[in-house]
Unconditional design. Structure first.
Length: 171
């Protein structure tokens, strides 16, 4: 990790201690993503500091519930698999400083290349439900049905206020 990446990692970790957050976990308690609220969605887009703790587990690609979103890579790198218009899945690597634009019909998944990483995520208002696209069958499945099919009986989300004392993990 470069010195600039290390500095950014520490700045993000410090800033995150001042923000309310939501932790997204799978049923076994393993944290996938921590979303820190810089600005919640409303009339203007929401702005979030995201701490990715691990790669997407599923081979299926997912979309997002908003019309448009942008992810600025702050630290780390990820390989994104994205469905193209011809239904082929292509891979692109994103580096710090790059912006990944994600539209409502963008189906993708990410593999972290350097362990936990930080992004700044800007998301327009919700305009649809989200779900998963199966690259083999080419079929879409709403997220609740997908999780039920995978055997998840619940999707753990823990919301904590900014004043909860914690030490964020540094990479």
């Amino acid at each position: 990790m470069t010195m600039i990446n290390q500095l950014l990692d520490r700045v993000c970790a410090y800033v995150s201690t001042k923000l309310p957050h939501k932790k997204f976990c799978n049923p076994n308690g393993s944290t996938y993503l921590i979303r820190f609220y810089v600005k919640r969605r409303g009339l203007l887009p929401g702005v979030y500091l995201h701490r990715f703790m691990r790669s997407d587990e599923d081979r299926e690609l997912h979309n997002h519930p908003c019309r448009k979103a942008w992810s600025l890579i702050l630290t780390g790198r990820y390989a994104e698999e994205r469905r193209a218009e011809d239904d082929f899945v292509r891979t692109r690597i994103y580096y710090p400083g790059q912006i990944n634009r994600i539209d409502a019909n963008t189906f993708h998944r990410v593999d972290l290349l350097d362990g936990p990483m930080w992004t700044l995520f800007v998301m327009a208002n919700k305009n649809q439900d989200w779900g998963f696209w199966n690259r083999r069958t080419k079929e879409f499945m709403p997220w609740k049905d997908f999780l039920r099919m995978k055997g998840f009986t619940s999707f753990a989300i823990e919301e904590l206020p900014a004043d909860v004392a914690r030490e964020p993990e540094l990479s």
